[in-house]
Design a protein around this ligand. Structure first.
Ligand code: AMP
Length: 569
């Protein structure tokens, strides 16, 4: 049967999803990513680029790079790129054409039909422009649907007997509130409100200010004066913000920051979640105004809201979720990835229109991360939690010992940093690995989860292609309460876990340094001067001693000492 694509044509990112085996699935683009940057560019040589390749070159080619074209849809605005003028529809069509092609490559067949989402506040002109963009891209646009409606469809809320749904959509640069009412199996938009200049970028800005002030106080250096350093601080702050969504503290590290007098310095700064929440309290407060406005416009009170659905990457912040609970006195719907939920809903609508699904559509996600135990007892996550299934992912591992012909694999699920704290799902062994020096074998571990939630884990040595694996059945599935419990424990232990992970990594680095030093001595046997050889031996001995006493700081110091002795040769 031919397929139809559900497309979330977003301001910063777009998402494509289809129905496969009765379930909605986000399709990865040609670059292997689920989110395609909504960016178009033309190179100096006249080549057109779309998606992450266009985004990546944006900083060095800003005048030929177009971002956020969605903000111009339905206007007469023209964008001039490399001497040619484009309408917003044309730019959007380039993005849609890439999405169409990537889905066709995935399916191995042509796809023409699509459902595209737009914000609930888009007027007729903006909707018409979106439809035109689809047609220009060679798509038959079956329907244009509202983003909050798509999010509600993804959660199957059209099949519940509830009445009123409120959707909070907090992305990178905008905040939208929509109130929908369900009647005759259809969603009606009762009210929309929002703030077009409130989003994750503002939270990033607060962190930039906090870190810049801290660095200025402690180091006497104003990082804001140098545009390159400031951009690096901005990127580090955005990453720190994401980490604070699942860790209670984090730190940024900015090596080789220019000081202005020709020197460079390595800067570090830490922040805990409490401080982050304090310095952004007023931004959260700003979410309430448009919410009240939408309720007033819909002539509703908070008590009349049956469900709250969260959309947009910034709703991952725990403080935003807490605010929903405080305001509406109920837990928000968050199970589906907030940046994929609109695309998934569009696919559900497309599936209904194509007759691919009737009443039950399942959007299943992995409730906990899956992975294997790696060196030093660490947990290597391979499939992150909340990935929509079916899904697959892999990672390459290597031999920890010289001439190791057997590798043991321990498959686990959970959110803790160390394997021993996660839930064991099974173990298997890969034998007949060719004997190779440590770090030279290439073993690819692949996880595959099928539509029924069955997990298959395989390990393959890439040179000889010897392969083995296990199948884990669904009896390991946890109840919602058990999953909650695991997540709570992970959060409560986050700080201690990160300390343990850091310690394990310090030990791994120390071991590798000892091996490297021993190798140097072996290879240069007879060529090293007596006193130098003696210094290496002393440094190795000192490090081994520290390892046996398990003193992380001392191990770190002595690894550094051994490294500097070795680098003298
Ligand atoms: P969207 O436009 O919906 O893709 O949202 C993008 C915004 O979500 C950006 O500001 C991101 O920094 C933010 N974001 C993504 N993941 C997280 C996270 N785990 N915690 C906090 N913010 C996030």
């Amino acid at each position: 049967m031919t397929k139809a694509i559900g497309i979330d044509l977003g301001t910063t990112y777009s998402v494509a999803a289809i129905i496969e085996d009765g379930r909605a699935k986000v399709v990865e683009n040609a670059e292997g990513e689920k989110l395609t940057p909504s960016v178009f560019a033309v190179t100096t040589r006249g080549h057109r680029l779309v998606g992450s390749v266009a985004k990546r070159q944006g900083a060095t080619n800003p005048e030929r790079t177009v971002t956020s074209i969605k903000r111009e849809m339905g206007t007469d605005h023209r964008v001039s790129v490399n001497g040619r003028s484009y309408s917003p529809q044309e730019i959007s069509a380039f993005i849609l054409r890439k999405i169409k092609k990537d889905v066709e490559n995935y399916l191995g067949e042509a796809v023409e039909k699509a459902v595209i989402t737009v914000p609930a506040y888009f007027n007729d002109g903006q909707r018409q422009a979106t439809r035109e963009a689809g047609i220009m891209a060679g798509l038959n646009v079956m329907r244009i649907i509202n983003e909050p409606t798509a999010a509600s469809l993804a959660y199957g809320l059209d099949r519940e007997s509830i009445q009123t749904i409120l959707v909070w959509d907090l992305g990178g640069g905008t905040f939208d509130v929509s109130i929908l009412e369900l009647g005759d199996g259809m969603f009606h938009v009762k009210a929309v409100s929002g703030n077009t200049s409130l989003g994750g970028d503002d939270w990033d800005g607060r962190l930039v200010g906090y870190f810049a002030d801290k660095i200025s106080d402690e180091e006497g250096l104003d990082i804001r004066l140098d545009p390159v350093s400031l951009e690096r601080l901005r990127e580090a702050s955005e990453k720190a913000k994401r980490e604070l969504s699942y860790k209670t503290s984090t730190r940024i590290s900015l090596p080789f920051i220019k000081t202005g007098n020709g020197e460079s310095r390595n800067l570090e700064a830490a922040i805990d979640r409490g401080t982050f929440e304090d310095i952004t309290a007023d931004l959260r407060e700003k979410l309430l105004g448009p919410t009240k406005q939408a309720l007033t416009d819909a002539k509703l009170t908070v008590q009349k809201i049956d469900r709250v659905v969260l959309v947009g990457g910034s709703t991952r912040m725990p403080s935003v979720r807490d605010l929903v609970e405080e305001t509406f006195n109920k837990k928000p719907f968050t199970k589906i990835n907030p940046d994929e939920v609109v695309g998934i809903g569009a696919a559900v609508q497309a599936g209904v229109l194509m007759g691919e699904i009737d009443d039950v559509v399942l959007v299943d996600v992995t409730p906990l991360s899956l992975g294997i135990e790696s060196e030093g007892g660490l947990f290597a996550k391979i499939i992150p939690r909340n990935s929509t299934i079916p899904t697959s992912a892999g990672q390459i591992f290597t031999n920890a010992e010289d001439d190791q012909t057997v590798m043991d694999f321990h498959v686990l699920q959970g959110e803790r940093e160390m394997s021993m704290d996660n839930i064991s799902l099974g173990q298997f062994q890969l034998t007949d690995i060719p004997p190779l020096p440590r770090g030279k074998a290439q073993v690819e571990v692949t996880f595959q989860i099928d539509v029924n939630g069955i997990v298959k884990v395989s390990a393959e040595e890439l040179y000889t292609e010897v392969k083995t694996g296990i199948r884990i059945d669904a009896s390991h599935l946890l109840s919602d309460d058990q999953v909650e419990q695991v997540l709570r424990e992970a959060e409560a232990n986050a700080e201690e876990d990160i300390k343990r992970r850091d310690e394990a990594e310090i030990n791994i680095r120390a071991d590798s340094m000892i091996r490297a030093a021993e190798l140097v001595m072996e290879e240069k046997e007879g060529k090293l001067s007596g006193p130098y050889k003696h210094r290496i031996e002393r440094a190795i001995l000192n490090l081994k001693e520290a390892l046996s006493e398990d003193e992380s700081e001392v191990i770190r110091e002595r690894t550094g000492e051994l490294k500097s002795v070795i680098s003298e040769q």
